[in-house]
Design a protein around this ligand. Structure first.
Ligand code: ZN
Length: 186
């Protein structure tokens, strides 16, 4: 379905689920409305969040354009695991935190995550990324062992090590769409 917001035509899909409150997602690059069953006011919902949707769709369009210029690395899963584990130990020492376990899996909506128990999960698709970005993702997750949330203190620690962290975050989005597209084409 299409909706016009300002000067843009934005495509969206609806997914009805057994939930209480509606929410909006952009995880695969397309707007997804996750709605409670019987929910009928989708247009009102879009209207309410139109500025957020508009901004997000611009960022995603830019990322998709730039994805065409990026190259995918050829690296095996074992190689990735070695790289990540080495970096994780190094950064954990630096920040004086303890890692419990490291998992590798195919995460659907992120590059990495960190649990309350100190377990880290990394997306196996990281194997396609440049070394610099893998390094950033590992550091990002290790910092979460110190600061759970993306608060001011979190970004302070990040920016000390990666002055260009904003660019890194953008590049991660670009690679995300590049690989999504790749997967869908297969
Ligand atoms: Zn994070």
């Amino acid at each position: 379905m299409l909706v016009k917001i300002y000067d843009r035509e934005i495509e969206y899909e609806i997914d009805y689920r057994n939930i209480k409150y509606p929410r909006l997602e952009f995880k695969t690059g397309k707007l997804l409305l996750v709605l409670p069953r019987n929910y009928k006011d989708e247009r009102k919902l879009i209207e309410k969040y139109k500025d957020w949707i508009y901004r997000k769709s611009l960022i995603i369009e830019e990322a998709k354009k730039k994805a065409k210029e990026k190259k995918i690395e050829e690296r095996g899963e074992e190689e990735l695991k070695n790289i990540v584990e080495k970096l994780a130990q190094k950064f954990a020492k630096e920040l004086r935190v303890n890692i419990n376990k490291i998992y590798f899996r195919k995460l659907k909506s992120k590059w990495g995550s960190c649990s309350n128990k100190g377990n880290l999960s990394f997306n196996i698709l990281l194997k396609y990324l440049p070394y610099d970005l893998i390094k950033y993702v590992v550091f990002h997750e290790i910092v979460h062992l110190k600061e759970r949330r993306h608060n001011k203190k979190f970004w302070e620690i990040i920016s000390k090590k990666f002055k260009d962290y904003e660019k890194k975050e953008k590049d991660l989005l670009i690679y995300w769409f590049l690989l999504q597209k790749d997967i869908h084409n297969k």
